[in-house]
Design a protein around this ligand. Structure first.
Ligand SMILES: [Zn+2]
Length: 220
């Protein structure tokens, strides 16, 4: 159930190029972008990375892959199994979070549909585990939702984290990786950092060196 509406927004994923193939060594070598360990919403936004050839690896591309991603991020229990409709909702929310990050970086107006999507996700389910009390257990925290609503809760947590990221002190350090075809976002660790990974930095430097050599050859 992919949204086929295409816009010129470079932050959007082209569904024709996305796939759910997780068995890809290229991705396994790529560590989370700076800041993505601290903000699950940033890792969520980066969950459909472009591989060096430009092909998109969608880590939420299938129900199994999306379930695995949620389990890895502590947003679903081991027994969880998302349906495709939930995986598709996660992918839709990801695109809206990407649109908000991209417009925040460019200091452009926030797209209203992205604000609605994040606010809907935040209010659909409580993000927090609720406080409960039983005679045998005393006070304890409990997930308020049955297992079939695991996606709602995960989306609430991710949307709330995105709202924190976009309005907190770190928002000014958000950047898009400057090494094409990479499309990951990062938190700059220093003012001049524009790459999400060593690999992207090396590739960008190699591309610059190649451009210099080509230009030198053309003018000599
Ligand atoms: Zn990158």
């Amino acid at each position: 159930m992919r949204d086929m509406k295409q816009t010129a927004d470079p932050g959007r994923i082209d569904p024709d190029r996305a796939d759910g193939d997780r068995a890809d060594g290229d991705h396994a070598a790529l560590p989370p972008a700076p800041g993505a360990e601290r903000y699950p919403a940033l890792d969520f936004a980066n969950s459909a990375p472009a591989l060096p050839g430009g092909r998109i690896l969608d880590l939420l591309g299938t129900p199994a892959a999306a379930t695995e991603w949620l389990v890895e991020h502590g947003l679903a229990g081991d027994g969880a199994a998302l349906q495709e409709v939930c995986a598709a909702r996660l992918r839709d929310l990801r695109e809206q979070v990407r649109a908000l990050i991209a417009t925040r970086i460019e200091a452009l107006p926030a797209p209203p549909e992205a604000l609605h999507a994040v606010n809907d996700a935040m209010t659909l389910a409580p993000a927090a585990a609720l406080l409960a009390w039983e005679p045998s257990l005393g006070l304890y925290r409990a997930q308020p939702h049955p297992a079939d609503q695991v996606a709602d809760r995960a989306m609430a947590v991710l949307a709330a984290d995105a709202a924190d990221l976009l309005t907190g002190a770190d928002a000014d350090r958000l950047a898009a990786c400057g090494s094409a075809p990479c499309r990951r976002f990062l938190l700059r660790t220093h003012a001049r950092r524009h790459w999400c990974s060593v690999r992207c930095g090396d590739r960008a430097r190699a591309a610059r060196a190649y451009a210099r050599r080509t230009k030198a050859a053309a003018t000599s």
